[in-house]
Write a protein that binds this ligand. Structure first.
Ligand SMILES: Nc1nc2c(c(=O)[nH]1)N[C@H]1C(S)=C(S)[C@@H](COP(=O)(O)OP(=O)(O)OC[C@H]3O[C@@H](n4cnc5c(N)ncnc54)[C@H](O)[C@@H]3O)O[C@H]1N2
Ligand code: MOO
Length: 438
């Protein structure tokens, strides 16, 4: 009799960290091409940013102590000695003097604060100052943003727009990044036909997983080689898997992961090379029949055929493996949103359950409403914004309990404007289109 030797989720996650190694292929790219790429080395600032003291307002560069006590009825009077030009030398401000300075202009020597133009008045060559300023007021100091020698970004960091801006500021115009991992995906099943198929024959279904998993990989910056659909026929499956395996850094197989008589994925994966199968069966629902293997240095994953299972396991397992290829430390907080559970959820002790939920706003609070449905139903995913975990040791969760919703990555988590849940964005979420969840 065949059965799964299921592994605890936490053991599988540890095994992923310990087993799979970073890619050793790098390339150098210009900043303009670096968005979304993962740094292959630490980046340090070679110089201070800003490189000189700058004004943060349009106003007058002064010596702060000469404005002390100034107010509307008793202004300070200073000699106006000139104008600071943008992008040029600023000269100096002596005792009793002031210079006009635009926002971002270089502070003249001797000046230590800027009076905003709203609080001063030019009267010929004199400046009346109506409000005192403290030393450093309205000034960004040299090196206040970044210090020369400072570590600004670490290896394994995925570059966001603000990171590119920071590197531009310190004069880093090209960066060494990990090569995009090339990931192959192969779907198996006699009943699976391409999505373009107009007329399905009895028993046929269109391939959902290839495109959905491919897009999930693209969202992580991977390059995808679509291996197509292969019949449940061992020799053909093995030949196609071997051919694809040669071209990729990681191989994903969808379907045939269970223990049925025509489920050949385990056998095929075992044939790809040593050390072979590491895990067949994880104590999760959905996704129990997941298979993890390694052939040489390359990760090989067998995803359960049910589309909802395949995508939940992508988020739980495959995402982490791709991050290992990038030597990327997971962000300390994933985009999550706290919500209250709308109903009791029982669960089997010893198994981690991942329950799809839709987020709803009721009386000013965000509620997580379970979206039930078998893992073969893909529409349950588009109706949900994320999943909640019921950890292995728990018997379930209670109605009204606060839960953390692990939001689906990218566009799968869109919450429409009418349903705007948080009035803002979840921590770490930068997408304009996904208030509350991203
Ligand atoms: N005796 C047992 N049978 C099953 C068990 C079990 O523990 N004992 N586990 C069930 C679970 S849970 C899952 S999940 C599935 C996983 O099965 P496979 O990975 O072998 O997948 P298939 O049998 O090939 O397909 C399952 C289901 O999904 C559909 N499918 C497959 N590929 C695609 C695709 N690319 N796009 C859309 N849909 C796909 C396929 O038609 C099947 O309906 O095993 C259970 N069985
Ligand atoms: O564990 Mo399966 O993946 O529920 O359908």
């Amino acid at each position: 009799m065949k059965f799964f030797q299921v592994h605890e989720t936490r053991d599988v996650l540890r095994l992923i960290e310990e087993t799979y190694e970073p890619l050793e292929r790098f390339e150098e790219v210009a900043l303009y091409e670096a968005f979304g790429r993962v740094l292959a080395e630490d980046v340090r600032a070679a110089e201070d940013v800003p490189g000189f003291d700058r004004s943060t307002v349009d106003g007058y560069a002064v010596r702060a102590q000469e404005t002390y006590g100034a107010n509307e009825s008793m202004p300070s009077f200073l000699d106006l000695t000139g104008v600071v030009e943008m992008g040029g030398e600023a000269g100096s401000v002596g005792a009793g003097q002031a210079k006009y300075i635009p926002t971002g202009g270089m502070m003249p020597d001797g000046a230590d604060a800027v009076v905003m133009i709203e609080h001063a008045e030019e009267v010929g060559a004199l400046l009346n100052v109506y409000k005192q300023v403290a030393p450093g007021e309205n000034v960004i100091r040299r090196g206040e943003d970044v210090r020369a020698g400072q570590l600004i970004l670490s290896r394994g960091h995925r570059l966001e727009p603000q990171d590119l801006g920071l590197m531009a500021a310190v004069g880093v115009s090209r960066v060494k990044v990990f090569a995009k991992p090339v990931v192959g995906i192969l779907s198996t099943g006699d009943e699976i036909v391409p999505p373009e198929t107009k007329q399905l024959k009895p028993g046929e279904i269109r391939d959902i997983n290839t495109v959905a998993i491919g897009a999930s990989l693209n969202s992580m910056g991977a390059e995808v080689i679509y291996g197509g659909i292969v019949k449940d026929q061992y020799e053909e499956y093995l030949a196609r898997a071997k051919a694809l395996f040669e071209k990729v850094d990681m191989l994903i197989m969808s379907g045939g992961s269970s223990v049925g008589t025509r489920d050949y994925t385990v056998q095929v994966m075992q044939e790809l090379g040593e050390p072979g199968i590491l895990v067949h069966g994880i104590s999760v629902k959905p996704g129990k029949p997941t298979i993890l293997a390694k052939a040489g240095r390359k990760p090989v994953v067998g995803l359960p055929g049910h589309p909802a299972s395949a995508l939940v396991i992508f988020d739980l397992v495959v995402r982490r493996i791709v991050n290992r290829l990038y030597d990327r430390t997971p962000h300390p907080f994933d985009p999550r949103i706290r919500a209250r559970l709308s109903r009791n959820l029982p669960s089997a002790v010893g198994r981690s359950d991942y329950v799809r939920v839709r987020l709803e706003k009721r009386d000013g609070e965000v509620w997580a409403v379970p979206v039930f449905g078998k893992s073969g139903l893909v529409s349950t995913l588009t109706e949900s914004h994320g999943v909640i975990e019921i950890p292995g040791p728990k018997e379930g969760l209670l109605q009204g309990e606060w839960v953390e919703v692990n939001c689906f990555a990218g566009e799968r988590g869109i919450v429409s404007e009418e349903e705007d849940l948080s009035g803002g964005h979840a921590a770490g979420c930068r997408s304009e289109e996904t208030p509350g969840c991203c």
